[in-house]
Design a protein around this ligand. Structure first.
Ligand code: AP5
Length: 214
């Protein structure tokens, strides 16, 4: 199963990806996670990416396209993949088409998770993530027992630098300008499945499951 999760920042892509990994064990390729790890490790990629991420802007296409192309060639991705946060521009979508063609692969579905803007801003400003295992929490919808610690592994929870109201506003504008047009791109290819993401996580996942399992 080769799937793209499309949707605005905070739509719930990472949350649904966690459940998809649990259900089907296919690799989760999140460009945001890859870039955040590079920032935390202080690599040249991280240094280059950080200023774009902190401003809520997109990291240049050639950087992320290179990352995804090499990740898709790793052996575990032969079983399938969940692309989360990629593609985000026309150039990335076209590069993905070419990369998959070269690998003799194709997409099975593009799942667009749709959520209203006012809901998104509340979600992102109340998101917390485990610095150790990466589990995503919501202080509103899915609060951890201790607001500073992960229920699963006891790791410290942190708030992402780009989850301030100001940066979220810019991320949403960037999404509208650069990424939203991909909805039509994939609809025209007959791959688009739209899901209402403004429901409890398990209800959203039931729809994801029916797309993936057919
Ligand atoms: P990235 O990490 O990809 O961020 P994003 O797309 O903005 O998405 P988020 O991770 O913020 O949200 P999500 O949809 O995964 O929501 P989540 O499940 O966490 O990108 C970050 C930055 O990296 C970009 O701005 C850019 O700079 C750079 N970048 C990344 N990819 C790039 C690319 N391809 N090209 C160029 N630059 C790139 O949920 C959010 C919150 O809501 C959580 O608290 C969660 O618990 C809660 N929640 C989830 N589902 C529900 C529900 N159903 N009900 C109630 N609450 C819910």
């Amino acid at each position: 199963m080769n799937v793209i999760l499309l949707g605005a920042p905070g739509a719930g892509k990472g949350t649904q990806a966690e459940k998809m990994i649990e259900a089907w064990g296919i690799p989760h390729i999140s460009t945001g996670d890859i870039l955040r790890k590079a920032v935390a490790a202080g690599t040249p990629l991280g240094t280059q990416a950080k200023r774009y991420m902190d401003a809520g802007e997109l990291v240049p296409d050639f950087v992320v396209i290179g990352l995804v192309k090499s990740r898709l060639q790793e052996p575990d991705a032969e079983r399938g993949f969940i692309l989360d946060g990629f593609p985000r521009t026309d150039a990335q979508a076209e590069a993905l088409d070419r990369a998959l063609e070269e690998l003799g692969r194709s997409l099975d579905a593009v799942i667009s998770i749709d959520v209203a803007r006012d809901v998104i801003v509340k979600r992102l400003t109340s998101r917390r993530t485990c610095s150790s295992c990466g589990k995503i929490y919501s202080l509103i919808a899915d609060p951890p027992a201790d607001p500073a610690k992960c229920d699963v592994c006891g790791g410290d929870l942190y708030q992402r630098d780009d989850d301030t109201v100001e940066t979220v506003t810019n991320r949403l504008a960037v999404y509208d300008r650069s990424t939203a047009p991909l909805v039509d791109y994939y609809r025209s290819k007959g791959l688009l499945k739209q899901i209402d993401g403004d429901r409890p996580v398990d209800e959203v996942f039931a729809d994801v499951r029916s797309v993936v399992e057919g």
